[in-house]
Design a protein around this ligand. Structure first.
Ligand code: FAD
Length: 382
């Protein structure tokens, strides 16, 4: 089979549309949203109307029928403007609804998935817990069978969109055994009695709202159990693998924005009668960023291409995410150094990009956890 390193005209058109939309309609919202740590909810409606939430989902479930490559293009363009918004998009468009698309009943798709891709309901995904971030298997949230449904108790920490969500996919243990078969997903409506969210203060992605969830005797009817079956842990793992490629595209967007801002600044800032970009120290830094980002770009889109062909492995997903997220941290730190004092002023975006880039060396599994997955692929027990 021939190698083809080009995007299709449809992909290019998606990129152009999203780029224009982000520049014209999203960029003006960023500063206020970041300062007030408030997500502008009307964005979900706009994304839904433009078909951006459902881009990678088939048309028969209300999606746009595109592919993971298109999804990654959308992420890259969104993150180049504001990672806070892009993180909320990711938690909603993938984490909160992909499992419903993949494993939900027709009724669950009708009630939650379709309104979510239309941007009319906001979704979140609750896996991490105070004692179980990296170690998912340790999760303690319990679901106990009661007549007509389940009673949930526990807590979830660092949950994106929780303060604004209409429903949260909550991972809970349906049996006390510490086996993966006993972990299931429940679709929990946030207005359910006993379900309480406290908004968290953050340094990174300030415009994405993140919460701590207390789940105190929350009743979930039988039809709230995802797919009406227990043991959906493999679905969670598959979803996380695909989303690691997704957040790698987000990281690529941030890295690219850091480079673009740096090139512009290095071309206009004069020190001792010279553009700073003409000092070799700065020029080499820019060259390293450009090379790093080029390598990241092709790895990310290779990962997306594998998703579309059904050949993504957890090992490859971990490599894509590790490389891209670390590249974004390096690029945004280099940008701050290039800017000098201006790099940590709010007038310029690079300080924010660096704070935001740190998110993805943590979220969706830290870089150490990605290294563990990769090492396992090499035959070690990390
Ligand atoms: C802004 C934000 C949004 C988030 N959104 C969501 C969300 O929507 N839904 C959700 O479910 N979760 C979400 N998370 C949680 C995220 O997935 C976890 O923070 C992440 O998995 C790390 O868990 P932890 O914070 O408990 O760190 P810990 O597990 O406490 O890890 C602490 C340190 O120990 C290291 N470590 C731990 N175990 C190992 C090991 N086995 N090998 C090597 N090193 C190890 C880690 O790499 C890290 O350096 C979000 C987090 C943040 C910060």
């Amino acid at each position: 089979m021939a190698l083809d390193f080009s995007f299709s005209p449809e992909h290019e058109s998606v990129r152009e549309t999203v780029r224009r939309f982000c520049q014209d309609e999203v960029a003006p919202l960023v500063r206020q949203a970041e300062e007030t740590e408030t997500f502008p909810r009307e964005l979900f409606r706009k994304w839904g109307d433009m078909g951006l939430i459902g881009a990678r989902y088939p048309q028969d479930v209300g999606g746009s029928g595109m592919d993971k490559v298109a999804d990654c293009i959308i992420r890259e363009e969104m993150s180049a403007v504001c990672q806070g918004f892009a993180s909320s998009w990711s938690a909603h468009s993938h984490l909160g609804i992909w499992p419903i698309w993949k494993g939900g009943t027709a009724a669950q798709q009708e009630r939650y998935f379709r309104p979510a891709i239309a941007g009319r309901k906001i979704a979140a995904f609750g896996l991490s817990e105070p004692d179980g971030g990296s170690n998912v298997r340790a999760l303690k949230t319990r679901a106990t069978k009661v007549p007509g449904g389940w009673q949930l108790n526990g807590s979830k920490l660092y949950i994106s969109n929780a303060p604004i969500a209409d429903f949260v996919l909550v991972a809970a243990r349906t049996r006390p055994e510490l086996t993966i078969d006993a972990i299931s997903l429940f679709i929990v409506e946030t207005k359910s009695p006993g379900f309480e969210v406290s908004k968290l203060d953050k340094e990174s992605i300030r415009s994405s709202e993140t919460g701590l969830i207390h789940i105190d005797n929350v009743f979930v009817p039988d039809d709230g159990l995802l797919g009406e079956r227990e043991g959906t842990y493999p679905l969670i793992l598959e979803s996380l693998s695909e989303n690691r490629v997704g957040v790698a595209a987000n990281s690529l967007g941030m890295a690219r924005a850091a480079l673009e801002a740096s090139v512009a600044y290095a071309g206009e800032r004069i020190v001792a009668n010279k553009r700073i970009g003409d000092y070799q120290a700065i020029a080499h830094r820019l060259a390293d960023m450009a090379a790093d980002i080029e390598a990241t770009r092709w790895l990310v889109y290779y990962g997306a291409w594998c998703v579309d062909r059904g050949t993504l492995t957890s090992d490859l997903a971990a490599k894509v995410k590790l490389v891209a997220s670390e590249a974004a941290v390096r690029a945004s730190e280099a940008a701050i150094r290039i800017f000098g004092g201006a790099g940590i002023m709010r007038e310029y975006p690079v300080g924010r990009i660096h704070r935001d880039a740190l998110l993805y060396v943590i979220g969706e599994g830290t870089s150490d956890i990605q290294r563990n997955l990769i090492a396992r692929g090499l035959g070690f027990k990390a």
